[in-house]
Design a protein around this ligand. Structure first.
Ligand SMILES: [Ca+2]
Ligand SMILES: [Ca+2]
Ligand SMILES: [Ca+2]
Ligand SMILES: [Ca+2]
Length: 154
């Protein structure tokens, strides 16, 4: 079922895999190449989702095809592909609301910093600038709800 034809994959496909890779690295906090229950829980909590330990175990069991108790990148990819058929806009909308601490429907520099600092221990102003530049299409220095949705839920 897997085919490794990196040389002739189209650009979009590479781009997509790169995003999945980055997402995987966010989950895999100790960089051992697999997502453990505690890592899974940590990220979900930071996205304002609070499943119980039992629910976490059930999610992992569903994804853990080789039954080693953790989610490796291949298993994670299957999850991501499934999510693409799922209600992504709702999930992204919920994430935005979680990031927007003062509920003004836009993400300020401070809110972005608070949001992303748990993902990277050595997050810099330059990193935040990069994120803002990429998503802030009207260049007002804030990420409005619509910009966020356009970027992530396209
Ligand atoms: Ca790990
Ligand atoms: Ca596994
Ligand atoms: Ca805000
Ligand atoms: Ca903006």
């Amino acid at each position: 079922m897997s085919h490794n034809q990196d040389s002739n994959t189209i650009y979009d496909k590479n781009h997509e895999n790169e995003i999945f890779k980055e997402a995987f690295e966010i989950f895999d906090r100790n960089n051992d190449g697999s997502i453990e229950a505690s890592e899974f829980k940590f990220v979900l909590n930071n996205l304002n989702m609070f499943p119980t330990d039992l629910e976490i175990d059930e999610m992992i069991q569903q994804l853990d095809l080789n039954n080693d108790g953790t989610i490796d990148f291949n298993e994670f990819l299957i999850l991501m592909k499934e999510l693409q058929h799922y209600n992504i806009p709702n999930a992204i909308s919920a994430a935005f609301k979680g990031f927007d601490k003062d509920n003004d429907s836009k993400l300020s520099r401070t809110e972005l910093f608070d949001t992303f600092k748990f993902l990277a221990d050595n997050l810099t102003d330059a990193d935040i600038n990069e994120i803002i530049n990429e998503i802030d299409t009207n260049n007002d220095g804030f990420i409005e709800y619509q910009e966020f949705m356009d970027y992530f839920a396209e």
